[in-house]
Design a protein around this ligand. Structure first.
Ligand SMILES: Cc1cc2nc3c(=O)[nH]c(=O)nc-3n(C[C@H](O)[C@H](O)[C@H](O)COP(=O)(O)O)c2cc1C
Length: 341
């Protein structure tokens, strides 16, 4: 299959020599040696190339793309193809597929495997209605035979490591995470990622680390724990409590790429703003021009969570008429700090 690689407009883009060294021990996913066990989760609408690069610069050992529709890939839909943008500097990088038809997932895997990426993940944990309605995401946890066929097809169409991202089960009467993980291992998965909630939990309550431990105990492949990690130390605690081999951080990384460093988020805005400006620079460089402002607004507001004056700043961010105005606003803030806040 002839492929156009979705590489950057400037493949010599650099500034990645400062990827930090980590204090937690390294982990391995099949052939892939990671420098630490801290991984960025797939987050639809957020984990695009700019955010993944930023998180890599702040110490994430591996970053996952947003979920990519297998149908979107096969029909070459523009929005789907844009999600394949990648550059050498962000590697290792993982792309996540969703879908429920083994054959189509196999074909989509062949397509993805020709990209310069390092790992393919299968989404079997997403609770969103439009995904569940198609029998994909967490709905596959109720169809283990079909799920197995999907994993086997993906496995058969790539030499890359394959992870499977699951929840603990469909609801508290149907907790099948351990058996499901074992099935995935037998079908050829390289590792399991488990969000410590069921489908019925949505995002309520607190991720269940004992549940993650039970999944870990059921398999011989690495298990990556996920759910409610908001600091580096939370990540270490999840590994200690559940025995999982690595951790995946989602919401805790939004506006907070510092979560991948032991020292965490700086306490004052002056130290936070350079990372936001860097994020804006990456968005401006890599996103389609017509999407730059919306992407920047979506991400920028998150950096001010919990800080004094944050609602005023967020208002200004959403009122910005152009990306240049938004950036100017943040630059002004950076120059006038600390007087302004
Ligand atoms: C805005 C948003 C988008 C998400 N998109 C995806 C996705 O594309 N694929 C996926 O497997 N999980 C997705 N998730 C789930 C996260 O990857 C993660 O499992 C969940 O948020 C729990 O981890 P956290 O507490 O660290 O956020 C999404 C979650 C959020 C909040």
């Amino acid at each position: 299959m002839l492929l156009k690689f979705h590489l950057s407009r400037d493949s010599h883009y650099s500034r990645y020599s400062s990827l930090t060294t980590r204090s937690a021990s390294a982990m391995r996913l099949g052939p892939l040696q990671l420098s630490s066990p801290f991984i960025l989760a797939p987050l639809a609408g957020y984990t695009d190339l700019p955010f993944r690069l930023l998180c890599r610069e702040h110490g994430a050992a591996l970053c996952y793309s947003e979920m990519i529709s297998c149908h979107g890939l096969l029909y070459r839909q523009r929005n789907t193809l844009e999600m394949l943008d990648t550059v050498a500097e962000e590697r290792p990088v993982a792309m996540q597929l969703f879908g429920a038809e083994p054959e189509i997932m196999g074909q989509a895997t062949s397509y993805l495997s020709e990209l310069p990426i390092d790992l393919i993940d299968i989404n079997m944990g997403c609770p969103v209605r439009k995904v569940i309605k198609k029998g994909a995401g967490c709905a596959l946890m109720r169809q283990p035979r079909l799920a197995e066929a999907v994993i086997r097809q993906v496995r058969a169409h790539t030499n890359l490591p394959v992870t499977v991202k699951i929840r603990l089960g469909w609801n508290h009467q149907e907790i099948n995470g351990p058996e499901f993980a074992k099935m995935a291992e037998d079908a050829g998965a390289t590792a399991i990622i488990v969000h410590g909630r069921t489908w019925s939990d949505g995002f309520g309550g607190i991720a269940d680390r004992a549940g993650i431990a039970r999944v870990k105990a059921a398999v011989n492949i690495p298990v990556i724990g996920n759910g409610d990690i908001h600091t580096y130390q939370d990540g270490l605690a999840m590994m200690a409590e559940s025995g999982c081999d690595g951790v995946m951080i989602g919401r805790g990384a939004l506006g907070n790429p510092f979560v991948f460093r032991p020292e965490g988020r700086p306490v004052n805005l002056a130290a936070i703003l350079p990372s936001l400006l860097r994020h804006l620079e990456l968005i401006n460089h890599f996103c389609q021009p017509e999407k730059v402002l919306a992407r920047a607004q979506n991400q920028a507001g998150r950096y001010f969570k919990g800080l004094p004056g944050s609602s005023d700043i967020r208002k200004k961010i959403y009122e910005a008429a152009s990306f240049a105005d938004l950036r100017l606003e943040i630059q002004r803030l950076a120059e006038t700090f600390p007087q302004k806040l």
